[in-house]
Design a binder for this molecule. Structure first.
Ligand code: ZN
Length: 318
């Protein structure tokens, strides 16, 4: 019996300009850059990880910046929105912040009894910010956003599909429960105590296929606690005829990938070893980290990567 999946581990997107992406997520949204590395499958591009103060699973958004890349398009078989959670009572702070920075947003609106606003990131990705309960968490002490209002975690993802039945069945098998619905949106919930525990499915039979490129979500990763539980999931999904990748070493976790029936690329990632495997908790994200097998090529890789200005607050411990 495979262990239920508690929630989302991270969500990975494709961005355009690395600097614009870094500034938006760290300076405007106040998330911490917890890891600065390269795409292990394409070391010519960066891989940014943003998260809470410790970069814990369930708080992470990651980006592959492809400067000058094709613009993506949201459509069937894609993740159409990524939502982040802020503590109850914090939405007014965010509304004022965006207004002061002249950032367009939409809302507040209500969904399943929670208030949220939505906005586009610089590449057109839809980001939603939900007032969602608890203020506990490990916020980043150097964030430009005060800790009491800081983003706590991923809240949910919304998957857009022509038909949602088979995806719903898969989510149920993974340990999620269908909890609510309105119009063509159905919500599935994982462990009620986990970060990133919601997955919403939107059914739009007429929707055209999308294109995964700049400004869109590349994959959604779900958590599993150990190498063993990951192996069990791999065997179970393979037995059900999902084409599951081999276990991939990502240094900060291990990953398997497969495509869910609606077309979205899913990953199952282990909780450990985590972001502190190669940097101290204070120093997370302050230096370009490479996997051991790429270290011999560091000079060449650094030269080929676009230059990046890390805000000094990222590299100075408070
Ligand atoms: Zn991933």
């Amino acid at each position: 019996m495979s262990k239920p999946i508690p929630g989302i581990h991270h969500v990975t997107m494709i961005a355009g300009s690395p600097q614009t992406n870094l500034d938006f997520y760290t300076k405007l949204l106040g998330m911490r850059l917890v890891k600065l590395t390269v795409n292990f499958d394409d070391p010519g591009s960066y891989h940014f990880y943003y998260g809470d103060g410790l970069g814990r699973p369930g708080t992470l958004l990651t980006f592959f910046p492809h400067p000058g890349g094709y613009q993506g398009r949201v459509g069937a078989g894609q993740t159409s929105a990524v939502a982040l959670a802020v503590p109850a009572g914090s939405l007014d702070y965010w509304i004022d912040r965006f207004a002061a920075e002249a950032v367009d947003f939409d809302g507040p609106h209500e969904r399943f009894e929670e208030q949220y606003i939505s906005l586009k990131d610089p590449d057109g990705l839809t980001i939603e910010i939900f007032e969602s309960g608890s203020s506990e968490g490990e916020t980043w002490s150097n964030s430009p956003v005060p800790g009491e209002h800081a983003i706590r975690s991923v809240h949910s993802v919304t998957l857009l599909q022509k038909q949602v039945g088979a995806t719903g069945n898969l989510l149920s098998e993974m340990g999620f429960t269908e909890t609510s619905g309105e119009e063509n949106r159905t919500r599935f919930e994982g462990d009620p105590h986990a970060f990133g525990r919601y997955v919403d499915l939107i059914e739009e039979p007429q929707s055209a296929a999308g294109r995964v490129a700049v400004g869109s979500v590349h994959h959604v990763a779900f958590r599993t606690e150990s190498d063993l539980s990951q192996r069990e999931w791999r065997e179970k999904l393979s037995a059900e005829q999902y084409g599951v990748s081999p276990v991939m070493e990502r240094d900060y976790f291990k990953s398997i990938y497969f495509r869910e029936p609606g077309g979205v690329l899913f990953e199952i990632a282990t909780d450990g070893p985590g972001m502190s495997i190669d940097e101290s908790p204070e120093g997370l994200g302050s230096h370009l980290k490479l996997p051991e097998w790429l270290e011999p090529q560091r000079e060449k890789i650094e030269k080929a990567l676009p230059p990046l200005r890390l805000p000094s607050s990222l590299t100075e411990a408070k």
